[in-house]
Design a protein around this ligand. Structure first.
Ligand SMILES: Cc1cc2nc3c(=O)[nH]c(=O)nc-3n(C[C@H](O)[C@H](O)[C@H](O)COP(=O)(O)OP(=O)(O)OC[C@H]3O[C@@H](n4cnc5c(N)ncnc54)[C@H](O)[C@@H]3O)c2cc1C
Length: 385
């Protein structure tokens, strides 16, 4: 069903991403799952096709599209059925690099944005710490000014693209005496900076083709010019960028849910049992129909919210709703779809088995469902106006 919010440009983008996935992702995705990362060459190819800079300025090679462009990209990457591949790309395009695109000085942007858009420079964002995930304001990594440098000390965990990124946008405390949210700043740390190490590559339940790392900063010196945005305003930058991140994650989850339903309908049509196909069992087709209704509704809400964001509206409540709704829905959908694949769907190497594992984190990462619902609860005034 074509959404009235989408233009011809969005449809062309969708076709282009689908073609890329068919030709460049589906034949190799299983290998990347085993290797634990997506080859750099694939990201470069996406850069050449213009897929890594959809919303960025033309002067850096971007396409200057709107939020709906991001939503189409995320939905289609979700539909690839390889969540690890999807998140590798989307962390770079819509979770890490927006820190540079939104807060970088002209000089910083001139240095980093062309590589970000072409796929030469892959980015990661490092906020979470062993004792601070949902509660961003309580991070402990600190940055102290010393001469012309900032000196970073601390630890980050669960960082997507953490092993293979070239540049890291890192949150650190710059005012230990200020209330948590008021004493955080963002910094640019290049991969080869002395004192910065990838301490460990982390093993995960799902998203296995996405590399995830623990990072260490030990007297890591970076010039004053590597502060990203304003001193002590980093918490607010993180919260602002979370809106795009969460909308993107919601769209990715919807793409995954759509794909799981399509695969399961086909499987149920083909699979004989009790002298007919599984699809002829009313409980199966009714369950799939209800799930399709839920996914179609959530998808329409994603598109509408992206459209509102493009109009400049404050959509914090809607984005929080969507992150909670879609993160849980993709789990509900993939669980039922695995059920109807029977024993086959429990086997390693089947798409649905991978999709169930990949879906689990969608209710945790980038804002756990409970945390998102608290954000909605704070904004219930006029919710149906
Ligand atoms: C695969 C993966 C990739 C990630 N990538 C990145 C990345 O690139 N960069 C980055 O900075 N971080 C990243 N993260 C971190 C992620 O955003 C956090 O894991 C997430 O925000 C939850 O934080 P936490 O793990 O510390 O859980 P906690 O904050 O300890 O919460 C644990 C659980 O408690 C519940 N909970 C928490 N707070 C509340 C509350 N207020 N009310 C009710 N219930 C609550 C939720 O169910 C939550 O899942 C990634 C995580 C994973 C698993």
């Amino acid at each position: 069903m074509q959404s009235p919010y989408l233009s011809e440009e969005h449809s062309l983008l969708r076709d282009q991403v689908r073609r890329f996935i068919r030709e460049e992702v589906e034949p190799h995705g299983e290998t990347w799952e085993r290797d634990g990362h997506v080859p750099r060459e694939v990201l470069r190819k996406m850069g050449e096709l213009g897929l890594l800079g959809l919303r960025y300025p033309a002067e850096y090679g971007g396409s200057e599209m709107d939020y709906l462009g991001t939503v189409v990209l995320a939905e289609e990457l979700g539909r690839s059925s390889f969540g690890g591949f999807a998140i590798t790309v989307l962390v770079h395009t819509d979770m890490a690099s927006p820190h540079m695109a939104n807060a970088g000085t002209d000089e910083q942007q001139a240095k980093y944005m062309p590589g970000i858009v072409s796929g030469e420079t892959i980015s990661a964002v490092a906020i979470t710490e062993p004792n601070a995930g949902s509660d961003v304001a309580s991070i402990k990594t600190r940055a102290e000014s010393d001469g012309d440098d900032w000196v970073l000390n601390g630890q980050k965990i669960y960082i997507t693209n953490g092993v293979l990124a070239d540049v890291y946008f890192v949150a650190a405390k710059t005012d230990g005496s200020a209330k948590g949210s008021r004493g955080i700043s963002m910094f640019i740390v290049d991969k080869d900076t002395p004192g910065f190490t990838v301490a460990q590559e982390l093993d995960k339940m799902g998203w296995r083709s996405s590399d995830t790392a623990e990072l260490l900063f030990e007297d890591c010196r970076i010039p004053h010019g590597n502060m990203l945005g304003d001193l002590n305003r980093g918490f607010y930058a993180v919260m602002q960028n979370f809106q795009n991140e969460r909308l993107t994650l919601a769209a990715q989850a919807i793409g995954e849910a759509e794909k799981a339903i399509e695969m399961t309908v086909q499987y149920a049509l083909d699979r004989p049992a009790f002298g007919k196909s599984l699809w002829q069992q009313p409980v199966i087709r009714n369950t799939m129909s209800m799930l399709a209704a839920k996914v179609a509704s959530a998808r329409a809400f994603v598109y509408e919210t992206a459209w509102r964001a493009t109009q400049g509206e404050d959509v914090v409540r809607e984005v929080s709703m969507l992150k909670a709704l879609c993160g849980d829905l993709v789990n509900e959908v993939t669980y039922a779809c695995q059920q109807y694949h029977g024993g086959f769907g429990y086997m390693r190497g089947t798409a649905i088995e991978r999709m169930v594992r990949d879906a689990r984190v969608q209710a945790i990462g980038g804002g756990a469902t409970e945390v998102m619902l608290e954000e909605v609860a704070k904004r219930m005034d006029g919710v149906f106006d």
